[in-house]
Structure formats: structure tokens, C-alpha cells
Design a protein around this ligand. Sequence first.
Ligand SMILES: Nc1nc2c(c(=O)[nH]1)N[C@H]1C(S)=C(S)[C@@H](COP(=O)(O)OP(=O)(O)OC[C@H]3O[C@@H](n4cnc5c(=O)[nH]c(N)nc54)[C@H](O)[C@@H]3O)O[C@H]1N2
Ligand SMILES: Nc1nc2c(c(=O)[nH]1)N[C@H]1C(S)=C(S)[C@@H](COP(=O)(O)OP(=O)(O)OC[C@H]3O[C@@H](n4cnc5c(=O)[nH]c(N)nc54)[C@H](O)[C@@H]3O)O[C@H]1N2
Ligand code: SF4
Ligand SMILES: [Mo]
Length: 739
Amino acid sequence: MQGRLISRRSMIAGSAAAVALMSTGVLSMQDWLTSKAHAEEASKPSGEEVFASTCNACSSKCGMFVHVRDGKLWKLVGNKDHPYSKGMLCPRGHGSAQIVYSEDRLTSPMKRNEDGSFSAISWDQAYKEIGDKLKGIVAKSGPESVSIITDPRPIGQYYSQRFINALGSPNYYTHNATCNGSLAAGYTVTFGTNNFSADVSNAKVVVFLGRSYADGIRPSAAKNLADAAEKGTKIVIVDPRYNNSAVFASQWIPINPGTDLALLLAISHVLVKEKLYDKDFVTTNSIGFDEWAPELEQYTPKWAAEITGIDAKVIETLAKDLGTAGHAGVIEQSWRAAFGCQHQNSYETARCVAAVNALLGNYNHKGGAGLYPTAKLGKLDETKFPKIPEITIKKVGLAEYPLQSSGQGIVNIVAAKAKEGKMKAAFFYHSNAIKCYGNPKDWQEGMEAMDLTVCIDVQMSETAQLCDYVLAECSYLERLELPQILGGKQNMMDGRFKALEIMHPDTLPGDEIFVGLAKASGIGEYFNFTIDELVKAQVKSMELDIDELAKKGVLKIGEAWDKAGEPVTFATPSTKFEFAASKIAGMMDKMVMHKPTIAWIPPKVTPKEGEFRLIGGKQSIHSHTMTTSIEALMNITKEYNLERIWIPAAKAKELGISEGDTVEVSNELYSGKVKAHVTERLNPTCVWIPTHYGGSSSYLKQGYQFGIPHMEFVPFDFEPDVGPPMTHEVIVTVKKVSA
Ligand SMILES: Nc1nc2c(c(=O)[nH]1)N[C@H]1C(S)=C(S)[C@@H](COP(=O)(O)OP(=O)(O)OC[C@H]3O[C@@H](n4cnc5c(=O)[nH]c(N)nc54)[C@H](O)[C@@H]3O)O[C@H]1N2
Ligand SMILES: Nc1nc2c(c(=O)[nH]1)N[C@H]1C(S)=C(S)[C@@H](COP(=O)(O)OP(=O)(O)OC[C@H]3O[C@@H](n4cnc5c(=O)[nH]c(N)nc54)[C@H](O)[C@@H]3O)O[C@H]1N2
Ligand code: SF4
Ligand SMILES: [Mo]
């Protein structure tokens, strides 16, 4: 299997020092692994320092220990006590550490010249010019015309929010809308929190809707899946693609993409019709069932078969298997590709996932959908960390998309409002918005229309490349960050402690950059503390010990959750599970597409004869767009031609396309050439591409113009009422061309 081969090979690349050495061009990976030097070095009497930290290569932020020898990174080891890594890091975790020694790193602040080139400037000049411009914009166009887009890590949340709010603006955005914004919003309206956690280890039947633990990796989840398979759990993978988790599955259901909602409605139909649902739960702990049940009559397995491409008998059997498993049958929560932000019906699909679990009555049951509480930070001293005055203006985008997931904003509204001349300034912190959130051409137009754009990054990303100012942060191993609270059965706090001295003297940690920006923008009074003071205060507020956290990397908060089987109080307006949403009922005048009960919404576009839906997803060795600058990871991509587009075998035959042929993928927005991977592992209505490639920053040599860029094909659009970008509502044609 392609995926397993990749994983094994790149797992071998475990030594970060090997990666660092390779980047200097001294040794190839194979040479290094087999060299005598490596054996000698590895058995050296230790004398090394070890620091607790967290990986920075994806949203999971797995806990790890950083081993340092002679001031240099030696290796990374997964923290056994950390709930996400459980002692393991994935290949990206190891590979991405190469950024520390990368030649592509930013080494000082930069200012963009008229011709698009950049010149290095001093921090003083950067702060002064940015601060002066920002104050001018706020004075002239109001605080609502400035925004910040940030990675939702604790440090990103804290400093970015504080900075923009201190300016009087509510416009704080994260990548959430283009990750799992629809899912989070749909879950919240039904059961009151933005996610649940399927108890895969104890379930009898688990259905995965396009969530692949072996591709979109989190090490602990992949291990749970392998263990569940070993135990004989029925694992059903619903995915247009036979993904790399399917080796653990009892069944693969190659659904037509964008139609999971029809499958779920038909499962609900069977559960109700066959009286296989949990009547006690429905009667005592839900609202809206009596309104919804009659509507379900139309959604028969036969009806869903037409839409999904799945045989009606398969749907019926799946529903009965789930119903028979009862509290230990569960639809897994999924993450992005099926209904995180992909289709016109993503929000509705999330609601229906929640509803099937409610019909099974499995909330907080062993093997069901866990709703574990997450601890909140304690109070901090307000004289040291002053509160920002309350902001009364509403975040841009809230009015247009009233069902959006709370707090993180509909990020593409920044580009839309900039194009209209209403958004004047944007800061980007640890974000490659231009390449990842909506169509890059629309974002570029928005960027050009704004008066001030600033990017804080470690490399010249596609976003940085379009900004007026680029501020060079040091790498994650060279800085202290804020601790993070982890939810789950056992709440925990992890920490990222500084492991290496700063290599490039003109780079700074993010917290110091914000302090500099704040002082120059007239809001320094809100930033009169160091990050050491803030970290200590936050850890203390949880009654934990900072020295112990620095030693162990992760500490328990309170006792483990032990309420399995107890009745649930949902955080909804009714305190019950809502088959008919009170929130929607209260705002029907604002709704374009949704009503209180869950109903069929078709995908926005459907491929006609000769066309395909373009879908995409993760590969185990890359994170979004940020790791295509990492040489060790790109070497694997290039060796195995991982950039290829997957084309269903029967359709390839009709089009005269064979394995390895160069094809042109086109729609009205973009056309690109790439090699073909002809496969039986794909539903015939779609083609699939890895979403990592097609880099367009000429500063990042490894990934520059290698492969095709997913987002260029995606129309700049918003899911009605909800706001995410519908990144799989894309039609393309594919034809063979000479290379
Ligand atoms: N290797 C790697 N792992 C990661 C990340 C990464 O960048 N790289 N990022 C992390 C983050 S932030 C996220 S959000 C998660 C994402 O985690 P996932 O959502 O699991 O990731 P994807 O690979 O995008 O999608 C998984 C599968 O969904 C399938 N799919 C596509 N469309 C549909 C559909 O309409 N219906 C169904 N049922 N399936 C569909 C795809 O074919 C793909 O195999 O991964 C996390 N882990
Ligand atoms: N084309 C494409 N689009 C996508 C996805 C995809 O796979 N491909 N995935 C989707 C998903 S699931 C998500 S969650 C989002 C992710 O959206 P982003 O988080 O914006 O995506 P990344 O590509 O990870 O870009 C992270 C940026 O942070 C920078 N960076 C890395 N380390 C540091 C650091 O230490 N400090 C600072 N200041 N910057 C740093 C990187 O150089 C890069 O520019 O994108 C979504 N959109
Ligand atoms: S899943 Fe991999 S890349 Fe993501 S944080 Fe964990 S080790 Fe790092
Ligand atoms: Mo994501």
C-alpha cells in the first residue's frame, strides 16, 4: 500500500539531527542512517539537555521532548504522557523541525518595495512605520476596518485577540472557517458544544465519514484505530476514496462526495421506522423529535441510494448494525474533508451526524459520543494583565453568516470586504491565508486593495510575499509559548518551553513582536508584562507547578471524567438535544437555506457527463501548505510522485489516460498540468488531489510550482447562513496532454 510505505519510510527519518545534517547537504538520508558516525553519535554518553515542548507542524500540537547536544537540535521524542502523541510523533513532526536550520527561513524584518522585491529593515523602523499607518487607519476609517488572522494556538489567540481588541476592533479571525467551521457550528446548535469525541476504543460499530486517521494523522487516534481493528470492532469507512485507514476497516463505502447528508437521513429513517432508536433518550432528553420524525418518512434508503451511489440494502444494513449496537454504535466526529467546510450542506450534515448519535442515545455512553468538559484558565491579576474595555461593534461577517461557529470568524470576509474597500488593514500571524482559505486570486485582489498588510512568519509564505511588511519570528524551538489546556476524559495542560538559543539575531519570538507593535500603535499599556510572567500566572491559575510542567511537558488537571452512562445536560438553549434547533427557529427571517429541523440540502454543483468533482485531502507526510518547503519531506514526495492526481480507472480508460501520463486539470478559474495516478480506489464521479502542493512563493524553493494548487480551482464563495468556503463545490475536466 502506497500510504503505509510512505509512513514507514518517513518514520525512519526520526532523527531531527539527521534532517538538520541532510539540509547542509553533507549526507543523504540513507547514508546518515547507515553511517558509523550515526551509530557512534547515538551511543555517546548522554550529556545532552532535554526540554519539554510541543510539535508545531499541525493543529494537534503533540507533546514532545527536544534533545539538544552542544546547543544543536539532536532529536525529538514523543511525550508518552501527552494524550495526542502518546509517545509518538508523525513524520511531519520530525521533518518539520528542519525549519530551524533551513536556508529559506526569514532572518530579519522586511519591507516590500514597489517592484515586489523585499529589503531588510530594522525592528525599530518596522514598528514605527506600521504603528503610524495603523493609527492613521483607525483614526480615519474606524477600528472596524482593521483585522487580524491568526493560528488558533493559545499564544495566537491571546496576543492577537488582545492586540486587535485593544485597538477597539472585534475583527479576530482564525483558519477555523476553512477547517471545521461548518462542523463546529452544526454540532453546537444540536448538542451545545463544538465537538464530541467518539469512544473508538470501546465502540462495537464505528462509522467514519471521510475522516482518515492514517492520512490526516494524530498519532494517538491512529493507534486507537489499529487497536480497535485488532479487537474486532466493526469499522466502516465512508469515503469516495479508499483512504489509507481503510486497511483497518471491515467495510469501505465509496460514497458520491457531498452526499453524506442523504446517507445520514436514510439511516435516521431506518432507525425510526424499525424502532431501533433509544426512546428513553428521545423522550426525556431531546426536543423536536415529533416535528422531525414525519419529515424523515421521505428519506428512504432507496431515495438515498440514487443520490449517494450506495446500494439501498447496504444503507439499510448499516443502519440496523448501528441500531443493534445501540449505545456502542457511533458516527465518528470527523474533521475537515467530508463536512468541515466543503459543501453547501456541510452544516446540515454535521447536524445529522449529531442526530444519528442522538437516535442511538449514545451521548456519554461507553463506545458512544463523549462530551467531556474542558477546564478554563483561572483568573489572572488584572493590575498586571489589564482587561481590554468591552467592544460594542460586531465582528465583520457575523451579520451575513448568523449560524457561524462562535468566536473564530468567517475569515474570507476579510478579503471580500477589502475588495469592497471596507477593510483597510490585516495582520497575519502564523497563517497562510492566501494559499489556504479561499481563492488566492480573490485574496490577492483584497490584499492589493488594503492600505496595510503585515505578516509574522518564519518563512516567505505566499501570504508574506504579498504583504507590505514581513516580520521574522524565530522558530518554535527557540521560544517559550503559553500553556495549552487539553480537553478529553482527563483534562491536561501542556507547555512549550524554549529548547534552543535564537540562531538568527534579528528574529524575535511572537510575544515580543506584539509588544513592539502595541507600543508603536499606542496600546502599549495592555502589554506591560513578559511572556514568562504570563506563563507562570496561567499555570498557577490552574493550581499547577511550572517547574513540574517544564519537566514533564504535560500535567493532569483535576480528576478523570467518570460520568459514563449518566444523563447528559446539553449546553443548548433547551438544555436538551435539539432535533429542531431553537436558535434557527428564532432567526427564520435571516435564513437563506436552513430551517429548524434537519432536511436534505443538495450539494451546490454536480458533475455532468465528462466532468468530475474535484476533492482533496491530506497526505501523511505534509501539513497543509507549510511543509512543502521542507527538503526531507519533499524528497519523499518526489521519490514517490505523491503530487499526482487520482483518477478513477474506468473514467481514465474512457479518456485514454494511463498511469503516469501528464494531464491538464481545468475549470473556469484555473488550469494546471500534473501526472495521473489511475486507480480503482476512487468513486467514479470525482478526482482527488493532495492539497499540499502547487506552491507559488518563489522564496520557498522545494515546493515552488511543484504539483497543482487546490484552492486556485475553488470559487470564492460562502456556505449560505454559515459562511465557510465550500472547498469541494468544484467541477473540473481532465484531459491527457503531452508532458
Ligand atoms: N498528514 C496530515 N495530517 C493532518 C493535517 C495535515 O495537514 N496533514 N492537518 C490536521 C488538520 S488541521 C485537520 S483539519 C485534519 C483533517 O483530517 P481529515 O478530515 O481526516 O483529512 P482529509 O485528508 O482532508 O480528509 C479525509 C478523507 O475525506 C475524504 N472525503 C472527501 N470528500 C468527502 C465526502 O464528501 N464525503 C466523505 N465521506 N469523505 C470525503 C477524502 O477522500 C479523504 O480521504 O488533519 C489533521 N492532521
Ligand atoms: N491548499 C490548502 N488549503 C488548506 C488546507 C490544505 O491542506 N491545503 N488545509 C485546510 C485546513 S484543515 C486548515 S486547518 C487550514 C490551515 O491553514 P494555515 O494554518 O494558514 O496553513 P499552513 O499551510 O499550515 O500555514 C501556516 C503558516 O504558518 C507559518 N509558520 C510555521 N511555523 C511558524 C512559526 O513558528 N511562527 C510563525 N509566525 N509562522 C509560522 C508557515 O510558514 C505558514 O505560512 O488550511 C485549510 N486550507
Ligand atoms: S500529528 Fe504530527 S505534525 Fe501534528 S502535531 Fe502531532 S507530530 Fe506534529
Ligand atoms: Mo484543519
